[in-house]
Structure formats: structure tokens, C-alpha cells
Ligand binder design. Structure first.
Ligand code: PXP
Length: 243
């Protein structure tokens, strides 16, 4: 199986910093620490309300890190213009609701307005690999391919949050989604809610080429430090991938 890349979402390092309004802990320092520990890339979600990551963070990350930066964002004029200016390696379009605690589900491409198509075109034209966060649903995945996206990111939240006995059925659905993505010519990423307990199932899906993991690892860092948490996650991924 090809290697599975691990992109670390550092949003909640910024959540902790913002709790006191200062500069510590610095998301850029966290990005450097996780890359040194073996992460393959960095993900940040620049939300409309800037509740965690702020514009300045994205600018500093873009300037200081060589590893691929994946910018998660809503499909809005403001965000597409920021992406065009900063040119991260990847952009993942996500649905965004002001009152939600975190992204609650995949984007509904069957109901998306015309702006989404132009957003994907503009990202592609800027040399950014465009991705869309979707549920493991055939119609949604095929719609992402029709829009010209480079990749989809499968929403793993329901699988990750499910009771262990309910996970196999949800995992089978994600694996089928990954097969449909590959057959549609899309790269397949996955993420949301993944932990040491739930990464193995996802890492065993051969079509999944990248996972994005944040909240669990930043929480785990309280007990073991971020580098150790990342090394353990990388180890579990390698084990699962080796079969
Ligand atoms: N992928 C997407 C599209 C997300 O919105 C998030 C949360 O920001 C993640 C992955 C990472 O989820 P978690 O922080 O639960 O690992």
C-alpha cells in the first residue's frame, strides 16, 4: 500500500492561545514541532468568525514552513481571495455554520450554489490542489469530480464517534466512498474526530492517501506532549498500512 500522509490540524493550539488573548502557545511553533516529529503537513481552518486560527497565523505558517499547508475554508469570496493571495498547497472547502462547535457534516454538493464551481476553478487556476469535504455518498463524490476538484475529504466523524459495535458498517461505507473517489479520478483524504482507537480502520483503506487529525492530538499533548502524540499516531498508521 502507498504511504498514508498525516496532516496535523493545529486549530486548537490557537484555541488555547486565544483563551488568554496572548501569543502562547504559538501555532507556528506547534507546526514546527509536529513536522519535526514526523507529520507530513499542516492543516488550519480559517473560520469566518476567526475563533481559533487568524489571518496572521496563516500568513506566518505560509512564510515559515516548507511542508504542505492545507487551508480549510468555506466557499466564500473572502476566503477564496485569501487562498489566491497566500497560495497554500491545498484548500479543502467545508460547510460552515456560525453556531456550530465544529464542522458538522460534509458539504451538500447537490444543493451547493454556483459559487462553489467558480471557487474550485479559481483555486485550480491558482495552482492550489482543491478538495471538498463530503459524506461517503456516491452522488456527492461524483458531483465533486464533476466540479473539477482534485480530491475529496471523506467525513469520518460519524465513524469516529460511533460505539465500537457500530463502527464496521460505517467503515465499510467509507471504504466504498474511497473506491468511488478513486474510480472518479479523485484523490481521497479523510478526517474528523479520529483518535488512536479509530485511525487503524481508516488507515487500512488503500485509496485513502491522507488523513487530517487535530482535536484528539492537541488534547493528547496535555498528557504526553505533541511530538510524542504525533509519533504514536504515525506508528499506528504505519502498522495499519503494513497490514
Ligand atoms: N477535516 C475537516 C474538514 C475538519 O473540518 C476538521 C475539523 O476542523 C478535521 C478534519 C479535523 O478534525 P479533528 O480536529 O476532530 O481531528
Amino acid at each position: 500500500m502507498s504511504p498514508l500522509k498525516l496532516s496535523i490540524n493545529i486549530d486548537h493550539v490557537a484555541t488555547l492561545r486565544n483563551a488568554r488573548g496572548g501569543t502562547h502557545p504559538d501555532p507556528l511553533a506547534a507546526a514546527q514541532a509536529v513536522l519535526e516529529a514526523g507529520a507530513d503537513g499542516i492543516t488550519v481552518h480559517l473560520r469566518e468568525d476567526r475563533r481559533h486560527i487568524r489571518d496572521h497565523d496563516v500568513e506566518r505558517l505560509r512564510a515559515a514552513i516548507a511542508a504542505p499547508l492545507n487551508l480549510e475554508m468555506a466557499a466564500t469570496e473572502e476566503m477564496v481571495a485569501i487562498a489566491e493571495r497566500l497560495k497554500p498547497a491545498d484548500c479543502c472547502i467545508v460547510p460552515e455554520k456560525r453556531a456550530e462547535l465544529t464542522t458538522e457534516g460534509g458539504l451538500d454538493l447537490l444543493r451547493a450554489g454556483p459559487f462553489l464551481a467558480s471557487a474550485i476553478k479559481r483555486l485550480n487556476a491558482a495552482g492550489i490542489r482543491s478538495s471538498i469535504f463530503v459524506e461517503a455518498d456516491k452522488a456527492q463524490i461524483e458531483a465533486a469530480a464533476a466540479l473539477g476538484a482534485h480530491a475529496i475529504e471523506l467525513h469520518t466523524g460519524a465513524y469516529a464517534d460511533a460505539a465500537p459495535e457500530d463502527r464496521p458498517a460505517l467503515l465499510a461505507r467509507l471504504a466504498e466512498g474511497a473506491r468511488i473517489a478513486a474510480a472518479s479520478g479523485l484523490a481521497c483524504h479523510a478526517g474528523h474526530g479520529l483518535s488512536f482507537e479509530t485511525i487503524g480502520g481508516i488507515a487500512r483503506i488503500p485509496e485513502v492517501s491522507e488523513v487530517s487529525i487535530g482535536h484528539f492530538l492537541v488534547g493528547q499533548a496535555v498528557f504526553t506532549g505533541l511530538p510524542e502524540a504525533v509519533r504514536r499516531m504515525k506508528g499506528l498508521i504505519a502498522e495499519a498500512r503494513a497490514g
